[in-house]
Design a protein around this ligand. Structure first.
Ligand SMILES: [Ca+2]
Length: 264
């Protein structure tokens, strides 16, 4: 083997070792909070149906119209949610997020047509960008979030959708970046342990054609982890409905989630 060939082989070997190292350093997906959900819900997270506006078939238009049903949504959030059908606001949590212990369930019935593209804005209460609540009291803490919902055909009672790992989510406010912030005597947003990240809602994220491929699958949490409070027990939750949130129940403060529900 001449010197040139030897150098080439050495180079290839180096590349292989580097790539292997990099692949090995990528953490495995966090399935810790994921539950296997056996459900009749037909919800596809990655593919959204494009509007049928371009369809020229009158049969197709008629059949789509006939799919309009009355949907009953039952929802509970710690602390606040807003539900949209596409970009149409269906329901904003009626208890303001600034209300102490703003825990309540909401039941709404509205007409909708398959495929139904639901979007939710989820917010955990924070006093300011530190991500803390009860600042300056002996209860000063990070606080946590959690959201659960189920959708049924209001006329037949048939379940058509639940919150589960099919939902895609993105976190737009996280604080504090270091949990030590909660123990600070004078926590100031953006200083020391009390750093935060805050980004605006992506433009057009409620559009059915918005690409959520880069969003995370919703993280699932148990009732024990969320410890749901007032209002939660007033709903007969289907076992398929799971609490969802961003990957961190405590420091993810504003989360956007989206799902498309197809005709069963
Ligand atoms: Ca909370």
């Amino acid at each position: 083997m001449n010197y040139r060939a030897f150098c080439m082989l050495l180079g290839i070997a180096y590349l292989l070792v580097s790539c292997g190292g990099e692949l090995g350093s990528v953490p495995p997906p966090n399935y810790k909070n994921r539950a296997k959900v056996v459900t009749a819900v037909v919800a596809q997270a990655t593919t959204r149906a494009v509007s049928n506006n371009s369809s020229t078939s009158s049969n197709s238009t008629q059949s789509n119209k006939s799919q309009s049903i009355n949907v009953k949504a039952e929802l509970w959030a710690d602390n606040w949610f807003a539900l949209y059908l596409d970009d149409q606001l269906i329901k904003a949590d009626s208890v303001p997020i600034t209300t102490e212990r703003s825990f309540n369930a909401e039941t709404i019935t509205f007409p909708a047509t398959y495929p139904m593209h639901f979007n939710v804005i989820l917010k955990d209460y924070i006093q300011n960008d530190t991500g803390l609540e009860y600042i300056g009291t002996d209860r000063q803490q990070i606080g946590d979030g959690g959201f659960i919902g189920q959708f049924t055909d209001a006329d037949t009672g048939e379940i058509i959708g639940v919150t589960n790992e099919w939902w895609k989510c993105t976190v737009i406010h996280t604080a504090p970046l270091d949990n030590a912030c909660a123990a600070e005597a004078n926590p100031v947003a953006g200083q020391g342990a009390c750093g935060f990240t805050s980004i605006p809602e992506p433009t057009d994220w409620k559009s059915p054609t918005f690409d959520t491929n880069s969003w995370l699958a919703a993280s699932l949490y148990s009732a024990a982890q969320v410890s749901p409070k007032e209002g939660y027990d007033t709903i007969a939750w289907k076992p398929e409905a799971k609490f969802i949130w961003g990957p961190d129940l405590k420091t993810n403060n504003t989360v956007l989630c989206s799902v498309t529900v197809y005709k069963p």
